[in-house]
Design a protein around this ligand. Sequence first.
Ligand code: FMN
Length: 282
Amino acid sequence: MNSNVGRCFSINDLRTRAKKRIPAPVFHYLDGAAEDEVTLRQNREAFSKYQLVPRVLRDVSSIDTSTSILGQKSSMPFMLAPTGMSRLFHYRGEEAVSKAAHKAGLIYSLSTMSTFSIEEVAGFSDGPKWFQIYVWRDRDVLKSFIERCKASGYKALCLTVDVPVFGQRERDMRTGVTIPPELTFQSLIDTLIRPQWLWQYLRSSRMELANVRGHSSVSDDAFVLAEYTNAQFDPSVDWAAAEWMVKQWDYVQGRCPAGCGYRGDGYCGIQSRWSSAGSQFR
Ligand SMILES: Cc1cc2nc3c(=O)[nH]c(=O)nc-3n(C[C@H](O)[C@H](O)[C@H](O)COP(=O)(O)O)c2cc1C
């Protein structure tokens, strides 16, 4: 383990470390949320309302935190949620996260917007994997994702339903983050003072949306995420589209362990930071 990471004892320590280590546009993409970031704050507050109730004077010398999620064993009652463009944060991106999940006995969910492909990630470890899917306007792209996931042994599809249009992420609008990062004068200065990130970025292969690599309907120029997703994702997605997706998956698997992410109320839906992995619709 990287010794600096070894000195991080909480999520906040990791956040502080990330802020020092990665260029500001990338950090704000990772750390930020839509509009005034109300939902982000509310989500955190919601979690802080839960407390663990200690049950004292019990033998805890041997404990079992394992459970099963959609029929798959997990060493702890959570899984690693999908994050797009993970190689922005660290050059090993989804490779490192999927291997870490496997090592910890957790399920890993790969994002549609990943920087390693469905097949590459399947080859990184034998751990159970799910695929998070957005509904693309081009249904051939969508069908090919589903077929590739089946062929690569992914165990579930997580349909993200809270991004019919991309949220107004104001931090990203200010920093002008693009994928792959474009070194403008301002971002170059910011990047030069983070030489380790820059060195690894320059040494690794070109960052791209690996799952649409070579797909003719998708450009591989540097892009701004909001513009890209609004152009590619289908805003007309409704229950019928969800049902179509369930059928595509069912065809081989015999059942559809699909999940969907949503925020519970309209306001949150508009403000939504990202999808939250969570409730199943079937
Ligand atoms: C940097 C970043 C990238 C994300 N990328 C995706 C994505 O590509 N697809 C998706 O469905 N959710 C994505 N999410 C949402 C997460 O999977 C997760 O549902 C959300 O962050 C809520 O969990 P949290 O409160 O622990 O952050 C992303 C979140 C972050 C912070």
